[in-house]
Design a protein around this ligand. Sequence first.
Ligand code: ZN
Ligand code: ZN
Length: 384
Amino acid sequence: MAKNFYDILGVSKSASADEIKKAYRKLAHQHHPDKNKGDEAKFKEVNEAYQVLSNAEKRQQYDQYGQTFDQAQRNGQGFGGFGGGGGNPFEGFQGFGGNGGQVEWDLGDIFGDLFGMRQQRQARRTRGVDLEMQLNLTFEEAVFGVEKSITLEKKDKCPTCKGNGAEPGTKIETCPKCHGQGHIRTTRQTIFGNIQSNVTCDRCDGDGKIPVSPCHTCKGSGVLKQEKTLQVKIPAGIDNGQRIRIAGEGEVGYRDSQAGDLYLVMKVAPHKEFKRDGYNLYKDVPISFAQAALGAKIRIATLDGEIELKIPAGTQSGKVFRVNGKGVPHVNSGKRGDLFVTVRVIVPNKLNKKEADLIKKLAEIEGESVEVDKGLWDSIKDSF
Ligand SMILES: [Zn+2]
Ligand SMILES: [Zn+2]
């Protein structure tokens, strides 16, 4: 039993608001945890008492109902703790089992209602959980699309009862408690006046119907963890990190309620030759000095096979050529991006005598200094 708030603050029941304030200030100062002789427990107690007695409305309730008020507040907070537990609708809410549908006069219940805690009881009826899964694709699969077979373990419809929760061959009846309504209307006397509320029926969990004899496989929930294999069409043009939603392929909900969705997150492997940026592809192509200087028609590999690329005479290393329509298809329109080819002029690292002589001759024409002794030429040639 908590102590009387008036005793905690050391004031009489008829104390004025001012007296309460003064008493509180003095005690809060005295017990403040930051102080040498502070006492955190007492400080909290004092604060709790002041929270109520400094508020005219709360004080009136406290005077009328005494300790229960404190209790109710605690209950209210306690229920709030369940707020985040949406992940597992079948196990997370067991704590409510015995409490559901109580219509007796209970302050804890009132606070539950006021703070919206009633909704928690309906969690069993909400749709199944969404799932997320990584899907590995090759670079080409992402560009051109692919059909994949994926297997996952999830809560799916119970194969015995097909999800309705009833033992095969047995009936599903209208719930006798709510008469098929799924909720029960209650009117309760509270400190704030009468509150009418619709409480989810605890007998049928809001279904309005119940299996006469619950399925032995799933114990009436209609769901069972099992493996499932799906055929999934991945559209051409999908990119690394993008998600595909497959509606209704998440976990199945309680007794045939709506299933969640499955999200596939694409993990695309890199390519040795091509880089991708959105719908465009990029690659480097080596060309020789002669090809760059004189111009050439070279064959280059695209993701669609080889094509011919015309290199004009006098092309510099690093020049970028755009090949229209050889990029990645847009996921929606199918229109394709482009391929950007960067040519790299490669300096030969292996020269035979004839090649070396020709290049030397070229240097002489250009008036460039390439005074290299014979021995060095040979060593360069040999070292590769
Ligand atoms: Zn079943
Ligand atoms: Zn019912």
